[in-house]
Design a protein around this ligand. Sequence first.
Ligand SMILES: [Zn+2]
Length: 423
Amino acid sequence: MPEKMSDDMPVLMENLTDTIRKIFNETLITDIHTHLYAPSFGNLLLWGIDELLTYHYLVAEFFRTTEMPYSNFWNMSKKEQANAIWQALFIERSPISEACRGVLTVLKQLGLDTAERDLNAYRDWFAQQSIADHVNRVFEVANLKAVVMTNDPFDPNERDFWLSPAEIDTRFFTSLRLDTLILRWVEIYTMLQAWGYTVDKDLTEETLSEIRRFVSDWIQKIKPVYVAVSLPPQFDFPEHSPRGIIIEQAILPVTKFFNIPLALMIGVNRNVNPELKLAGDSVGTASLRPIENLCEKYPQNKFMFTMLSRENIHSACVTARKFRNLLPFGCWWFLNNPSLIEEITSMRAELLGTTFIPQHSDARVLEQVIYKWEHTREVLIKVYTEQYSKILATGWKLTENEIKRDVANYLGGNFWKFLESKF
Ligand SMILES: [Zn+2]
């Protein structure tokens, strides 16, 4: 048989895994939700070994190993915190948790020797990198085409950037994160007043009109690919509360006007242990009815959603089957673990075929995209080898280009097409 019969090749059962592995390794990814920043945001872009080791996932794991008072840890420098975490989680114990293994995967993929266990040598290596080259290298190693940032107009550091914006690396897209506006109205309405919006604590018609103007102004200023909010498991819709009124009367009309999705991230219980700061959030199981109500009542609005609780994933798949204006995405936060990614992706593939976004990284530190995508990719190769083998077993023929098409949709195409769609 000639090596190449045409541009396309039939896929045979015996080399299915190799073919799928090759396709996943070659397909560039759009990472649709991260907390990364483009280099022009300066110090807001976190990178390097000390940031990797003080990731809030590892901070939570560190406190399980120590009787140290919380305040002692928070009074340490970042380097001292990294030393303490390294000692407790990597030297005195084996680093088998997903977050610990992630650090090792990053070091390995960047060409560092994990066998050395030499934290200072790793520090020296990172210190020698120029950020521009390093960003390029990380994108290349992780197989990334683009990432979406999380941009919060209520964050004072970020606000400074937007008031006199520098050029943004074109691989970094923006999203408008509105947790503060939606969830903390009575505390923060004075900020809008200070910025020149005629708002009141009471959500009067004029106040809602001014909130719409605020959201529109920021959409025009930062050009987000979507507007996002994270919500507690108790979220309900419709709901006679500031958050319910703001979503329905201030956010939905504006996102519809600009035809951009509202991304809902549901199931986080904030601050169950405030001593842990950023690491102190937990999870709760939510109802899918609020999302169904939103999609049914506003069929011309577009919604994306992800749930934090494993118990919500099956009903979330069913809900997504009912609404074309609803796009499920990612294995969020506590679900971003290989055993759960496998279960969730298999379930989604069975219930939704190719019409979802399997993963986002949620990376806070630049190099985390390397491990988050490497670990996910291994799972996706396994899950899709199984899915495709089942249809090959019926006698159905597949070509390489058909699998490439599907994988490209999963790793970016579904997202970009949803942004363009208009219902
Ligand atoms: Zn996030």
